[in-house]
Structure formats: C-alpha cells, structure tokens
Design a protein around this ligand. Structure first.
Ligand SMILES: [Fe+2]
Length: 380
C-alpha cells in the first residue's frame, strides 16, 4: 500500500513490479468523466506499460452480469492485469473479473469462503489470479486492501460474497487527488462504512490484537478527520488523505450484525451500503451492549471518542450509539430505513436475509429472527 500526494504518476512504475504489462482499467462513467482515469492512464504509460482497454460500465451497485462482461472485455483486449479506479463497486467488480478472466466460469458460481481453485499439491494453497492494482476514489470500503468482494446476484436477490487470498490486490495507491470529485454525501456514506468496519472488527467474536490496533488507529483518524473530509471537501487534502488511510486500516472480513442487516437492505431495496450501515449501527450497538464483554470492548472505543467509558454497559452502549447516530445526522445522512426507501412490508425479507448472512455468525451477541425483526423495526 502506498499513501501520499502525487502518486498517480507512479502507477505504471509500481504496477510493473507486480508483473503487469497490458493493463485493463476498470472504472465507472462518473469517475471517467472527471478526467482521473486519463491521469492514471498517463501514469501507466509513464512506467512503460500499455493500457489494453478501459471498461467504464460498472454501476453504483455492481452485479454478477457486469463482472462477466468485464472479464470478457479484458480477454478480448488481450490484457494481463487489472487496474481498478473507483469505489467499492468498481474494485469488487475488478477482483471478481480477475477470477473469471483467470479461471473461467461465471461470477454467479463464485460464492464462498476460501473456495477458489487450489493447487494440486496437497497444501490447499490457492492459485493466483491476474495481478490487480486499486486506486480507491472513496474512503470507506477498504476493498483495496481486502481479500473480499461483494456484488449483487440479481437472480437470487442476494449479495454474493467471495472471500479468498488471491483477491488481495497486489497494489493499492491512496492519493487524496483520487477523491477530489467525491461529493460530500458520498464521502459521508462511505466514511460511515469504514467506521462500521472499525467498530465491528473490534467487537466481533473473531477480534484479534492486530485488528484491535488497526481499528483503534482508524477510529482516531476518523475522530480527527472524518467531518473535516466531508465539510471541507476536496480542498482539505490532509483530511481526505487521512480518511483514505483510516478506511484501509479499518478493513476486516470479521464483521457483525450491522453488515448482516445492511447486505439484504442493499440487495432488496438498493440502500447504498454506507447509508445502510450508518442507519443500523446505533441500533446494533445498543443491542450488543447488553452483553457485558462487548460493553467492555465499547468502553475502549468510547475512550477514543472522549465519551463516558465507566458505568453500566447499557450506558456505555447508549453513549456510543448516540454519538455515531448524531454524527450521521450532522453529516446529512438518512437515519431511518423508511427515509432510504424501505417499506414496512419489506422487513420480513430483510430479516430472512440478515439471519442467513455470513456476518451474523461473528456478531458478539447471538442474534436470531426475533432480534433482527426488532432491530429493523427500530431502524425503520
Ligand atoms: Fe462494509
């Protein structure tokens, strides 16, 4: 991972070290229209690499169909590597397109945890995929440093989650220039996704000391720079750059009930991922704080934010929940599902989705159907 100013011109030089020669650029129309892709292309050429083609058809909420089209376009272009320039949807599309490009098949068949093709050597090691570099244009998803990809499967109405080691991008370039055209509302929503990763990573059943360190440092950076990065806009390069770093630090595949609730909200009603997390986060914190061990973990987070860390667990959870809820309100994000287009009659489908989502297994307090129904009711 490289972080700093004026790094885009070195894209080719850095990506050459990872074995890339004919680069297939994956982006969306909005990012392409800003001129950012042209600057990145110039950086690719500067390192002596060729741009084999540009795929700019990734929608805000990508799908298995888009992945398949992207992989086919890369093959037709004679590419040997992928370069994602965009947000989570673009990066996850490029990751899964790399899998299809390398191993064949279709994106809809890829679902699973550590299920990608393995070497036939009895060691269970996965086969590498075409090199991928990521230049994130939002500070939130952290996909540029993660081994996970999530896209919509329109046929099954679920978010297809794929997790495996080859999905780790070989290179991530965090340059605030890439977020220059990110609108404040998107900066707010994606930042709340990053905050949710930091908090769920710290409190999930699979918490670990390295993740603790990353979560706490990410939350310190968010405390100092999140609102500045939204309100000050692109002109505040220090804040935007530090939010890119915070999002990368916060990333984890170990999540919890917030993500379990947000995935179906996205799959069924198109609620943007960061917005859904922002709405669900305070309700899940209150729910989880009933568990004494989790309340103790929240005390640490309250210390970072300068909130009450003593007293009964319920009060500790309430202080943190109120803090993140008020933050979302100040940032101009919707705080209710009904404001985000979810009708009351949609809740049963969401409950079913949350119960079946992999993230639910790692929530520190067991959450069943009735719990999720109550949480969605509160969030509506
Ligand atoms: Fe997320």
């Amino acid at each position: 991972m490289l972080a700093g100013r004026d790094l885009l011109g070195s894209t080719g030089f850095e990506f050459l070290k990872e074995g890339a020669h004919r680069v297939f650029v994956v982006t969306d129309e909005v990012v392409r229209a800003t001129g950012l892709v042209q600057r990145v292309e110039a950086g690719v050429a500067d390192g002596g690499l060729a741009v084999a083609g540009v795929f700019d058809e990734v929608p805000q909420d990508s799908s298995t169909h888009v992945v398949d089209r992207c992989a086919m376009a890369a093959e037709e272009a004679g590419a040997d590597s992928f370069l994602a320039v965009g947000g989570g949807s673009v990066m996850d599309t490029a990751k899964l397109a790399g899998v299809i490009f390398t191993h064949g098949g279709a994106a809809a068949e890829q679902e699973g945890f550590l299920l990608m093709p393995r070497r036939d050597d009895g060691m269970g090691r996965p086969l590498e995929i075409a090199p991928l570099a990521c230049i994130p244009t939002t500070a939130g998803t952290g996909s540029e440093v993660s081994m996970a990809a999530v896209v919509k499967d329109p046929e099954r109405k679920v978010k297809l989650e794929v997790v495996d080691f080859p999905l780790f991008p070989r290179l991530a370039i965090l340059d605030p220039e890439s977020t220059r055209t990110l609108p404040p509302r998107m900066a707010a929503a994606t930042g709340m996704d990053a905050m949710t990763h930091a908090i769920e990573g710290y409190t999930c059943t699979d918490w670990s000391p390295p993740q603790d360190a990353r979560s706490l440092e990410a939350l310190r950076l968010m405390r100092d720079y999140f609102e500045r990065a939204v309100e000050g806009g692109p002109a505040d390069e220090e804040a935007r750059g530090n939010m890119l770093i915070a999002a990368s630090l916060a990333i984890t595949i170990n999540l919890g009930a917030v993500h379990a609730m947000s995935h179906p909200a996205g799959a069924h009603f198109g609620v943007p991922h960061g917005v859904a997390n922002s709405i669900h986060l305070p309700h899940v914190i209150r729910f989880n704080a009933e568990d004494p061990e989790t309340a103790d973990r929240y005390r640490d987070l309250n210390e970072v934010f300068g909130l009450a860390a003593g007293g009964p667990g319920r009060e500790v959870g309430e202080a943190l929940a109120a803090h993140v809820g008020e933050l979302a309100g100040r940032l101009g994000l919707p705080t209710r599902l009904s404001e985000a287009g979810v009708p009351e009659e949609g809740l049963p489908a969401l409950v079913e989705g949350a119960v079946g989502d992999g993230a639910t297994l790692l929530n520190p307090r067991e959450a069943g159907e009735d719990d999720y129904a109550a949480l969605y009711e509160r969030a509506l």
